[in-house]
Design a binder for this molecule. Sequence first.
Ligand SMILES: Cc1ncc(COP(=O)(O)O)c(C=O)c1O
Length: 384
Amino acid sequence: MSTQKEKAGLVGLIVCKYFLIWCQENLLYFCLVNSTIDTIDLRSDTVTVPSPAMREAMLQAPLGDDVYGEDPTVNELEAFTANLVDKEAALFVPSGVMGNQLCLKVLTSPGDEVLLCSEAHIFHYESAAPAVISQVQLQPLASDKGVISPATIVDSLRPANPHFPRTRVLCLENTHNRYGGLVLPFEAMRASVGAARDHGLACHCDGARLWNACAASNISPAAYCALFDTVSLCLSKGLGAPVGSMIAGPAALMDEARRWRKILGGGMRQAGILAAAGLYALREHRELLGTDHRNAALFAAALQTAGLCRPETEGQASNMVVFRLPEPLVFGQIETGCRERGLRLALIGPGRIRAVFHHQISKTQTEQAAAIVNDIVASLLKAA
Ligand SMILES: Cc1ncc(COP(=O)(O)O)c(C=O)c1O
């Protein structure tokens, strides 16, 4: 009798043991599957991670101390960029913000004024750095999607009188972030810059995504940069490098910018490990930008066809799509649904949602992303 009980107990134990093992394996499988669901992250083109080939280039890069000017890879990146944009010199800097701010610093004196579009990145998202670093005042101006007309520029100039700041610099941004990656028309830019120059202003281009403007318009980086004294150019947006921006301009200004980079704590030592990623991005990734632009257009067309969300369609687009939801939906409502299905989007202003495309988003993912948005919006509208 007791052996029968013992046998039953033993069988029970074995069943329990296998049940526990089954639970463990299936839970592990569940977690693995969920953690490897591909997220389609369209919040920005800054979310890329270095590809294996880019990592290999970083690994192989010859290095030295760049503060001594002895990092061969940084020197190569600076020479390569200067040549590409046809400027006397270029400087590798940690970020787009530092790039813009160094250029403003070397173009202005304290008490000067800088003209820029009221939607400029420098005005909205650079933490009042021009006031802190250069001690200059910004005059935000009305624009036609980033293009400030010659008449607006002339009207905004200050009289030469001790009451006023000295108007010193015109800044344009191309492509334009808050206008959804729009490419500024070349001739209109040339007219703005011409008006500024006629009145003795220096000109700076926030070209964080100038590479996209070049890919979309077939105008060379050198042709765009010829309009400006200084340009800042990001490596870490659509080009996919993990860190870094370049500035370019006359050698004397770049020397001064190098000094200010040091003052701001931006002197990096064996920075060639990062510069190698930048060089790789400039050589290998610029040609991928056209595909990003086609994916953005595909996404916008899929929203347009479904007829629920309203993509902004004016102007020459690049790698971004900005769209609005149908009334009465708000971003918070679709965000959770999108997240649950592995899609990330960004809210960039009241009712304006942004999707940004880059080389780590495929055509299939683009189609999936549009289908997810259309699907969620349709079901929310039904329930509303
Ligand atoms: C137009 C523009 N300029 C400058 C920057 C600043 O670049 P970073 O984030 O590298 O400082 C950005 C960043 O998104 C940008 O969109």
